[in-house]
Design a protein around this ligand. Structure first.
Ligand code: C2E
Ligand code: MG
Ligand code: MG
Length: 751
């Protein structure tokens, strides 16, 4: 039988005993009186025991072949079979198919060997329901020692098994979910990490480990935030962190404070140049979750925009706004102002270069100035282009005049080096004004004003030295006295406004005489300001009138007064001739100018031929040369004469003369001075006269003081002379006498 069972354990899974003695048989064993009592007690105990067992245990007995010989009620109840359906049958009736064959083979091997088997079996009830039983099978041997039956005791463990299965299910689901979460986290390009209540890293994704390093040197689970930050610092991952240990410690402390009070986002750069944005939040479960996003592209775009907003497009230097901000920061941001020097830079004669050689050359000049300024200062200094040909420098730490003077002197020399451009060589020159802050100005405005004053003085000094030196390349340090000259200038502007109202602007007329025969040719009207008892010369107020936009008004008065004088002397029977009036560029740019001139001529009943306009070379080089050319052409068409004043002092060449309708050329006093003393001057003036005549221009020589000059100029063929030799500029009251003296009849009488 055992062999049979071994052959087919599944079919005959639990053999039954060959013969199972029934309970009544056992109870009805013969006994003596006390033995009976003992037996009765024993039987009742057994009943109690059996009742208890019946309530809890599922009991069955099979014979050796596996046929069921006995089942208790619980067996029937749980299997759903009636007892008569079970008795005589094999346990196979309950086979659920859950266990593999070898399960029963092993079971059979054990019990057939006479050993107790214990295990958990899944059975199928009659209605198909599965149930689990914890099963113990005990083989029972007969008197001959052979196994004759098997008693099995089972306990229903279906609930526990279900709970276990649910638990295993849950564990599987959790494992799957965790895998998925990790996969998702790793797929996120941002670095994600979570720190627990003790600030230890409990979760991080691949991007986080890439950013902060992984493995023993980097961010591994279980490390605290501080430990990870320290590792990153040791690795040099944060280049912006201070270099000294104390700076680094301070940075770390601040970072830790931030981390513990998460909420703010911060942006930092990694040593490989990438920019990170780190956001930290406290999760509902109390973890600190940090998300580090690579914002390099955004940051670069932002920097580019900032750059564009802050930089001057032509030179790449800071623009005015950015410069102002930096100056402001230096002066106002911290409580303690950092002292230094503020330098304003102006390119000398830039307008002329731009207008003569074109914008490309002008731009190249500005670019070179920018480059040389940048190269001439230290790294931390600020170099800006404020606009046009105006530059500025902030030199932190430059506080002593000696230091500033050395530096500015060096800058001037560097800036003045020849600049080779395609087809031409320029000699750049700048004027520099320097003020110390906060000493000369504690606010950006005040400091700028002080430096501007110094620049103004540098320019004025350069212009005063003018002709001899070329008037170029000067610097001035601010001094409080400059404020006084500025105050004087302001007072002068105010005074000039009043002078116009009070009619204090008058003219002096300087005669012009033909050189061939010393006849009166006309006058030049020169402005004078009768201020109280003194007479202010034009050099002291014409530039200020130009600056303060008063030149139109002043010019208007001069024109009117000059024409009035001419009219008065014509009416008196004299022949005053043509009067030349000096006109500034601003007047020629005013579109009403030609009408004003015609109106003035009409007012004084004079023909246009009675008037000449004197313009200087710089007028021809003005940016608005086309506009000015138009005005001149209209004046010329009217019949007004046009003279080019101070010829030879500026940048204009004879080529310009062809482009503008000029009738006369006035050779500057500077050349006339040299005549008879300097062979070169003679040759030059002679050349100018010939060239002018070649262009059909009349030539006037200015500033003739000696008979020798007059004779030489007459020899050269110069047409007209003007100068102290003939007469100084005459106040109106002396003109009558002069004209009387110059009458042909008087001259003839004087012989
Ligand atoms: P400018 O037009 O070249 O005038 C000639 C200047 O030379 C005058 O100076 C005159 O007094 C001076 N001068 C004449 N003969 C001699 C001489 O023999 N020796 C020397 N050393 N100087 C002589 P002034 O009157 O001081 O005028 C200076 C400049 O002011 C003028 O130079 C002119 O550019 C400007 N100016 C005068 N009046 C006006 C005006 O109404 N409007 C404008 N826009 N400018 C004016
Ligand atoms: Mg003049
Ligand atoms: Mg002149």
């Amino acid at each position: 039988m055992v062999m049979d069972a071994m052959r087919d354990p599944v079919r005959d899974d639990i053999p039954s005993p060959e013969r199972a003695p029934t309970e009544p048989e056992q109870r009805s064993a013969p006994a003596s009186g006390s033995v009976e009592i003992e037996l009765a007690r024993y039987a009742s105990e057994l009943d109690a025991f059996r009742a208890a067992l019946d309530r809890q245990a599922i009991v069955a007995v099979t014979d050796r072949r596996g046929a069921i010989t006995l089942v208790n009620d619980l067996f029937c109840r749980i299997s759903g079979y009636r007892r008569d359906e079970l008795i005589g049958r094999n346990h196979r009736i309950l086979n659920s198919g859950h266990h593999p064959r070898r399960f029963f083979v092993s079971m059979w091997r054990t019990i057939a060997d006479g050993r107790i088997w214990h295990g958990e079996i899944c059975n199928r009830a009659k209605d198909g329901r599965l149930y689990w039983v914890d099963t113990t099978i005990v083989p029972r041997r007969g008197a001959d020692g052979r196994i004759e039956s098997y008693v099995s005791v089972r306990y229903d463990i279906t609930e526990r098994k279900q709970a276990e299965a649910a638990l295993a299910d849950e564990a599987r689901r959790r494992a799957r979910a965790e895998t998925l979460v990790r996969e998702i986290l790793d797929a996120i390009p941002d670095g994600v990490a979570a720190f627990d209540a003790e600030d230890r890293l409990v979760l991080s994704n691949r991007a986080f480990r890439r950013l902060y390093g992984a493995g023993p040197a980097g961010a591994s689970d279980g490390l605290t935030f501080r430990e990870i930050a320290e590792r990153c610092l040791a690795d040099g991952r944060f280049p912006e962190v201070g270099r000294s240990p104390s700076e680094t410690a301070a940075w770390l402390d601040a970072r830790l404070r931030e981390h513990r009070r998460p909420g703010r986002r911060h942006i930092r750069q990694l040593s490989d140049g990438r920019w990170l944005q780190v956001r930290e939040r406290r999760s509902p479960s109390g973890h600190i979750v940090s998300v580090s996003s690579d914002v390099t592209a955004l940051k670069r775009a932002e920097l580019a925009v900032k750059q564009r907003a802050e930089r001057d497009a032509l030179t790449g230097l800071y623009n005015r706004a950015a410069f102002g901000e930096r100056l402001e920061r230096m002066l106002c941001d911290d409580r303690r102002t950092k002292p230094g020097a503020l330098v304003v830079v102006d390119v000398d004669g830039f307008k002329a270069v731009n207008d003569t050689h074109g914008h490309d050359v002008g731009d190249a000049l500005l670019g070179a100035v920018a480059e040389r300024l940048r190269a001439g200062v230290r790294r931390g200094d600020v170099v800006a282009r404020l606009g046009g040909d105006e530059f500025a420098l902030i030199l932190p730490g430059v506080t002593r005049p000696r230091t500033a003077e050395d530096l500015l002197g060096r800058l001037l020399a560097q800036l003045g080096a020849p600049l080779d451009l395609p087809g031409r060589t320029l000699f750049p020159s700048v004027s520099l004004g320097c003020a110390f802050f906060p000493e000369h100005g504690a606010t950006p405005d005040a400091a700028m004003k002080a430096a501007d004053l110094a620049l103004y003085e540098a320019k004025a000094a350069a212009e005063a030295r003018g002709r001899e030196t070329g008037g170029r390349g000067r610097f001035r340090l601010f001094a409080p006295a400059l404020r006084e000259s500025e105050t004087r200038r302001r007072a002068l502007v105010a005074g000039l406004r009043e002078a116009l109202v009070r009619d204090e602007i008058v003219v002096a007329l300087q005669p012009q005489v033909t050189l061939r025969d010393a006849r009166h040719a006309g006058f030049e009207a020169l402005a004078r300001w009768r201020r109280g008892g003194e007479v202010v010369p034009p050099a002291a107020f014409i530039p200020i009138a130009e600056e303060a936009n008063l030149i139109g008004a002043v010019g208007g008065v001069v024109l009117d007064r000059a024409l009035a004088l001419v009219r008065r002397h014509i009416d008196a029977g004299a022949a005053p001739g043509r009067v030349a009036v000096n006109v500034a560029a601003a007047q020629l740019k005013d579109e009403r100018f030609v009408e004003e001139v015609s109106a003035a001529l009409a007012r004084h009943r004079l023909t246009p031929a009675a008037l000449e306009i004197e313009i200087t070379e710089t007028v021809l080089l003005d940016r608005a040369a086309a506009e000015i050319g138009g005005t001149l052409a209209r004046l010329r068409a009217l019949g007004v004469g046009i003279a080019l004043d101070d010829f030879g002092t500026g940048y204009a060449s004879l080529a310009h003369l062809r482009r503008f309708p000029v009738d006369r050329l006035k050779i500057d006093r500077g050349f006339v001075e040299g005549i008879g003393r300097d062979a070169d001057a003679d040759a030059l003036v002679g050349g100018i006269v010939d060239l002018a005549h070649g262009l059909a221009l009349e030539v006037v020589a200015e500033g003739i003081e000696t008979p020798a000059q007059r004779a030489a100029l007459a020899r050269m063929g110069c047409d007209v002379g003007q100068g102290y030799l003939f007469a100084p500029p005459l106040p109106p009251e002396e003109i009558g006498t002069y004209l009387e003296r110059m009458r042909p009849s008087s001259l003839a009488a004087a012989g």
